[in-house]
Design a protein around this ligand. Structure first.
Ligand code: ZN
Length: 283
């Protein structure tokens, strides 16, 4: 009997700025046969290019930004130039949430879909960290793999700062748009790939401010253990995991309410969100 080998879509995280104290990620998302790729947030082409082989460089069809901040979008034009030099003869598009991203050629609408080979990609606009924040939800219908690129909107056990939005906006972004965009049956299948490796410091905050004792939140206990043993946590946790340990996605949890001074449970959700963010900012 012929056993059909199951090939998988590929996600290659590329560290940027780590040598100088930073913690950004760029990602190469490729189809099963690696013939087509998206390159997400390649802000530092000098660091990204050496991590890609010539086949990968030629496979890139779009440079994609999660938002316009320079540490995500600042390498767009140089990267397009580098791809041409590397022999990529396709027209490389720049997909981004607004024209504030360098060289943007396509601005997707909320819930706009793209195809990359057999991969289905859904653009979920999540304004708050910036007004042009977009999360990209990728599905491989053949292998049923799911991934979510969240930029600076959702981090493992945290959220981005509300530079261009409010607590209400972040509640809508994380707890409505992302959850509804992915859909409940897929939450436990969908791996989260954020724009920075912030997990360790996020866990430190959650431990100090919300679940102060071991045993209060088993998922957080496991995450704490994991990030003490691993430098990289990207792609290792799902949206369902976030619902278990991320306080920004647990606004009605008694211990989250207690942490923001609302043991009686009377605050509105957006106020809880604002207070949590304020506590994290001042830690
Ligand atoms: Zn940002």
């Amino acid at each position: 009997m012929l056993i059909r080998q199951v090939r998988k879509m590929h996600i290659k995280p590329i560290k940027m700025r780590w040598a100088t104290g930073g913690d950004n990620y760029s990602y190469l998302l490729s189809t099963q046969d690696k013939k087509l790729s998206w390159l997400i947030d390649p802000a530092e082409p000098m660091e990204v290019k050496p991590k890609l082989d010539s086949f990968e460089l030629k496979s890139i069809r779009c440079i994609v930004n999660t938002h316009h901040h320079f540490d995500h979008s600042g390498g767009n034009l140089n990267m397009v130039h580098d791809l041409k030099i590397a022999g990529n003869s396709s027209v490389v598009k720049i997909v981004a949430g607004s024209t504030e991203s360098q060289g943007a050629t396509e601005i997707p609408e909320h819930l706009q879909r793209y195809k990359l080979g057999n991969l289905d990609i859904l653009c979920i606009r999540t304004p708050c960290h910036t007004q042009d924040s977009v999360c990209y939800y990728v599905k491989d219908p053949e292998t049923n793999e799911h991934a979510l690129f969240t930029g600076d909107t959702l981090f493992t056990a945290g959220s981005g700062r509300f530079f261009e939005g409010t607590g209400e906006d972040m509640d809508a972004a994380l707890n409505k748009r992302l959850l509804e965009g992915v859909g409940e049956p897929n939450w436990s299948l969908t791996r989260v790939f954020p724009g920075h490796e912030y997990t360790k410091s996020n866990v430190k905050f959650v431990r100090k401010a919300v679940y102060t004792n071991i045993g209060e939140n088993d998922a957080l206990d496991e995450l704490e253990d994991f990030c003490n043993k691993h430098e990289m946590t990207t792609g290792r946790f799902t949206l369902q995991d976030e619902l278990k340990f991320n306080p920004f996605m647990r606004l009605d949890d008694k211990l989250v309410r207690k942490a923001v001074g609302d043991s009686a449970g009377k605050m509105g959700r957006s106020e809880v969100m604002d207070k949590l963010r304020h506590m994290k900012n001042s830690m």
